[in-house]
Design a protein around this ligand. Structure first.
Ligand code: DGL
Length: 268
């Protein structure tokens, strides 16, 4: 009998990775998933980069030891563009599937040549993001828009707290550029929290644009990587997936996790 593989660990600073978990489960119904929300450190977008890198590496020492996953999906642009290379170098036996701003597909699809990349302040500052633009979008005008508050607003919104149109518009307004008769036609949602707000963004947009959400592409990549490990682990019981919070989680957030079919485990 082959030994059951560990679960797939889906990681984010908060609820954003649920947008990726949803797709990953549809593509891999035979797998078990553990969702880790680093609520103790949320929001990542506000952190000093060196301190955040050290924090993520230290946290993963524990997570990999405790959860023993078959693969890790870093469902967070901020964490992966900052710490992806260091995580792979530190845990050489582990497969990490990352999330990076979907600049390549945006550059392939744009008609006007004006694209915007909406992300946390840490992600827009990363060389990783700038290299993606140089490599794939040099023929476009790519505007980087760093938003300080959107990830927290997405958490509020999804947990039932009112979020005003003005608060959202103030964050997304710089994405809309008009230049010599051309207009932005694609906005990359380069933070996994933002797809939760996509319908609100659509209503506020001064003209229609494509909002690119990379969740499905990340899940497809995870399935390819995990496929290399062969047989799936047996799912035992009706609800084996669970969520772990590294810090406090509001009752609304716990309910949200349960709504995604995750039982809530004690803090990591
Ligand atoms: N969901 C995260 C991302 O994709 C970050 C949100 C935050 O903690 O600021 O970048």
């Amino acid at each position: 009998m082959t030994e059951a593989a560990g679960p797939v660990l889906v990681f984010d600073s908060g609820i954003g990775g649920l947008t990726v978990l949803r797709e990953a489960r549809m593509l891999m119904p035979e797998r078990r998933f553990v969702y880790v929300a680093d609520t103790a450190a949320f929001p990542y977008g506000d952190w000093d980069e060196e301190a955040l890198l050290a924090h993520i590496l230290a946290l993963f020492e524990r997570l990999i030891e405790d959860i023993r996953p078959v693969c890790v999906i870093i469902a967070c642009n901020t964490a992966f563009t900052l710490a992806g290379a260091a995580l792979r170098a530190r845990f050489t036996e582990m497969d990490f599937v990352g999330t990076v701003p979907a600049i390549k597909p945006a550059a392939e699809r744009t008609v006007s040549g004006l694209i915007s990349v909406l992300a946390t302040p840490v992600t827009v500052k990363r060389d990783y993001t700038r290299t993606l633009i140089e490599s794939f979008a040099s023929h476009c005008h790519a505007r980087l828009v760093g938003s300080r508050y959107l990830a927290a607003l997405a958490e509020d919104y999804i947990c039932g707290i009112e979020v005003s149109d003005k608060a959202l518009w103030d964050e997304i307004a710089p994405c809309f550029v008009e230049e010599e008769g051309r207009r932005t036609d694609i906005v990359v949602l380069a933070c996994t929290h933002y797809p939760f707000l996509a319908n609100r963004f659509r209503k506020l947009a001064p003209w229609p644009v494509d909002w690119i959400n990379p969740a499905e592409a990340i899940a497809l990549q995870a399935r390819r990587v995990i496929g290399r490990h062969g047989g799936a682990d047996a799912i035992s019981g009706p609800n084996p997936d669970f969520a772990v919070f590294t810090g406090n989680a509001s009752p609304a957030m716990k309910r949200l996790m349960q709504g995604f079919g995750l039982s809530v485990a004690p803090p990591a």
